[in-house]
Design a protein around this ligand. Structure first.
Ligand code: ATP
Length: 324
């Protein structure tokens, strides 16, 4: 990779939902950027902080003792103004004011859409996939997913213990926004009796009810249903299932605990490599790219191309989840 670079100043921000491992990514952008002779600005509170000039120059020491921390030291935000021409114009103005020649955006696909709009206005952007949802089509891995599924898996194991003891049915709702990857992984890893994914659910609740009654007849002491946030309504579903089956049914919504906590080794590793990769491709002079992991390699795609890619729940993984 190029040793010296024409790019002198870059910025880094985190946007959308926080994800464990974002700090490792920030750290890698900062330290790798500095090693290439670039000045690195940390932009606080995502696009909101960019517009409000909540910006500080980062030194190597500013990211010390952060790799093991959950959340994001740069804070994050969902910024409505980025969806308006005035907001985009303001963000562009601030980038010019600070001389930011490359902006690293660590976030989910929504954050990428904001970045694409900046790219259309001539700001060079690099996306790094940071979301627990694993729902960015161009990459097989997104920073935060591994920590989130492990946190959810451990919590579900605990609910299962109490569910078995009370011979209950438990509906456990996991995060993932419109995507079912966390539900799929936990469904398989926790040995759930049913998995409800937004991509696959046909809203045939009677099938679930029949399955619960059948399992009870076969002597099962619990019935775990993993429901994805994208389907939701776990509490009302539990009420209807209890009424139809006569089996005590409780809903547990795991919620924000899935986004917190110290990142796993996998998240720290992927975040570090992806953050460094972002600084490298900026140094190489590449523009408007997103960093991805595909077929065992770290690669980059044009942001516009990346945003039109589609991703589906892998058919084989889903089939296996239904059999196990
Ligand atoms: P997560 O997957 O964790 O929710 P995300 O990046 O997808 O992360 P969003 O809330 O969808 O989270 O997007 C983050 C921010 O990106 C938004 O608050 C907004 O500022 C910007 N953004 C999202 N979509 C657009 C869009 N279509 N145009 C401009 N900006 C956008």
């Amino acid at each position: 990779m190029a040793e010296t670079t024409k790019i002198k100043t870059i910025g880094v921000l985190t946007s959308g939902g926080d994800a464990p491992g974002m700090n490792a990514a920030i750290r890698a952008v900062v330290r790798h950027g500095l090693s290439k002779g670039m000045k690195v600005y940390g932009i606080y509170r995502g696009y909101t902080g960019l517009m409000e000039e909540d910006i500080r120059e980062m030194r190597a020491g500013d990211v010390s003792d952060t790799i093991e921390k959950g959340g994001t030291i740069l804070k994050t935000a969902r910024c409505k103004e980025m969806r308006t021409p005035e907001g985009i114009a303001r963000a562009v103005e601030v980038c010019h004011k600070y001389g930011i020649e490359g902006l690293v955006v660590i976030g989910g696909d929504g954050s990428y859409r904001g970045a694409e709009k900046l790219a259309n206005e001539g700001i060079n952007v690099i996306g790094v996939p940071g979301t627990i949802d694993l729902d960015i089509a161009c990459t097989e891995y997104t920073i935060g997913f591994d920590t989130a599924v492990n946190t959810a898996m451990e919590a579900i194991d605990k609910v299962r213990d109490t569910s078995s003891s009370h011979e209950r049915c438990s509906i456990i709702e996991v995060m993932g926004r419109a995507a079912g990857y966390i539900a799929l992984w936990c469904g398989i890893a926790n040995g759930a009796e049913d998995i409800i994914l937004p991509e696959k659910y046909d809203y045939d609740e009677q099938k679930l009810i029949d399955n619960i009654i059948d399992n009870k007849r076969r002597g099962k002491t619990h019935h775990i249903i993993i429901n994805a946030e994208g389907v939701g309504h776990s509490a009302s579903m539990a009420r209807r299932i209890e009424a139809a089956t006569g089996i005590e049914t409780r809903a547990t919504i795991l919620g924000y605990m899935q986004r917190g906590g110290s990142p796993t080794c996998k998240d720290r590793f992927f975040a570090s490599i992806m953050g460094a990769y972002a600084a490298d491709i900026l140094a190489e002079g590449k523009t408007n790219r997103v960093v991805c992991y595909q077929h065992g390699e770290f690669v980059d795609y044009d942001i516009e191309e990346a945003l039109v890619m589609q991703k589906e729940i892998p058919a084989y993984e889903y089939e296996v989840s239904q059999i196990l």
